[in-house]
Design a protein around this ligand. Structure first.
Ligand code: ZN
Length: 204
């Protein structure tokens, strides 16, 4: 009986350990994990990397407060994992998973995207190896990031910079590395503010 109980405890502990390793984010970040939004597994192998940069994007689509972030992530994953036509007329290949590591919706909710251990994807000419890709919902050539979005972005950038020892000089946007309008003027102008957040945070 004693052994049986010990065995059961062992199983229970392993199950708990599994849940913990799946999303090792601090509670106060309120990350909606892949399990929580109902992610499918990646459909192809991905390249491992060491995170060194934090790189900000916009989705390039209009902010939609009427749809849940879980639903937006499922939609993004469906689009990501198939070959599809882009607005530019270019065709994108099927990617293994969503291209970004984090998604911040207009209401400031934060969802886990691709596993941070793996390189993201892009339609543009730069190598995203080493880049932690964070996208904010919206087209910031026309719209403005919401206060809730910026609050979450600051919290996330602070956390990532600390965990991966990313200096302020390596906080950038898509536009800093490739020929693109992403993340739009209205978000690009807030980049110095994000670098300040990191400068004010001890990385040790
Ligand atoms: Zn981008």
């Amino acid at each position: 009986m004693k052994y049986a109980l010990g065995f059961l405890l062992l199983i229970a502990c392993c199950a708990l350990a599994d849940t913990a390793s799946e999303s090792s984010f601090p509670k106060n970040l309120n990350v909606i994990t892949r399990t929580e939004w109902g992610a499918n597994p990646p459909v192809a192998e991905m390249k491992a990397h060491k995170p060194e940069f934090i790189t900000i994007h916009h989705t390039g689509t209009k902010q939609n407060p009427g749809r849940t972030v879980e639903d937006k992530l499922r939609g993004l994953q469906k689009f990501s994992q198939r070959e599809d036509q882009l607005a530019s007329g270019k065709t994108k290949p099927a990617w293994p998973d969503v291209p970004y590591h984090f998604y911040i919706s207009v209401d400031g909710k934060l969802a886990e995207g691709r596993d941070l251990k793996f390189v993201g994807d892009t339609n543009t000419e730069y190598d995203p190896t080493g880049h932690l890709l964070v996208t904010l919902e919206g087209n910031f050539q026309e719209e403005k990031p919401s206060d809730a979005q910026m609050k979450t972005t600051r919290q996330l950038v602070r956390f990532l910079a600390k965990r991966y020892k990313v200096p302020a000089s390596k906080i950038g946007s898509h536009k800093d590395y490739a020929k693109t309008a992403c993340p739009g003027e209205n978000l690009q102008m807030l980049l110095p503010e994000l670098r300040d957040v990191v400068k004010a945070t001890k990385t040790q």
